[in-house]
Ligand binder design. Structure first.
Ligand SMILES: [Zn+2]
Length: 148
């Protein structure tokens, strides 16, 4: 006997609308507090100057969701006109906060010495502490996202 094999071919046409993340990607990422996201940090670290001029370092995952500080170690050196000041940090909740305040004035350079873990090599991030408000993004210039 002959066996008839019926082959059913089902052709399914799938229309896949591919979403490409074309959301206008800012060139400069801003910290959620209004501060500066420090390069090369993972989780991302935000440098933010509080109203009382202490510095807060807050941490975020890739989607800028807050994550607690781990073993990061931060020192900030402010090269102010009145002289250099070194700020040490301690853990406060999920963030690191400076034990002392930034020197008066602004427009001076700061160096953030950043250690990702206790064993990691420290690296330096240097930028100008410009506290004036940017007309474009309405953030302090040191945390400006306008790429200018
Ligand atoms: Zn701006």
């Amino acid at each position: 006997m002959k066996t008839r094999i019926h082959i059913l071919t089902v052709a399914v046409a799938l229309c896949v609308g591919l979403f490409t993340a074309t959301a206008a990607e800012k060139k400069v990422e801003g910290g959620p507090k209004g501060g500066r996201i420090l390069d090369k940090t993972s989780p991302k670290a935000e440098f933010y100057v509080e109203k009382d001029r202490t510095v807060t370092i807050a941490f975020y995952d890739a989607n800028l969701k807050p994550v607690p500080a781990a073993d990061q170690n931060v020192t900030v050196i402010a090269d102010a006109k009145s002289g250099k000041a070194t700020l040490a940090f301690e853990k406060n909740g999920d963030s690191l906060v400076s034990k002392t305040k930034l020197p008066d004035g602004e427009g001076y350079n700061v160096v953030v010495q950043f250690k990702q873990t206790a064993d990691a090599k420290p690296f330096n991030l240097r930028f100008k502490l410009d506290m004036s408000l940017c007309g474009g993004c309405k953030r302090a210039e040191y945390g400006c996202t306008c790429d200018h």
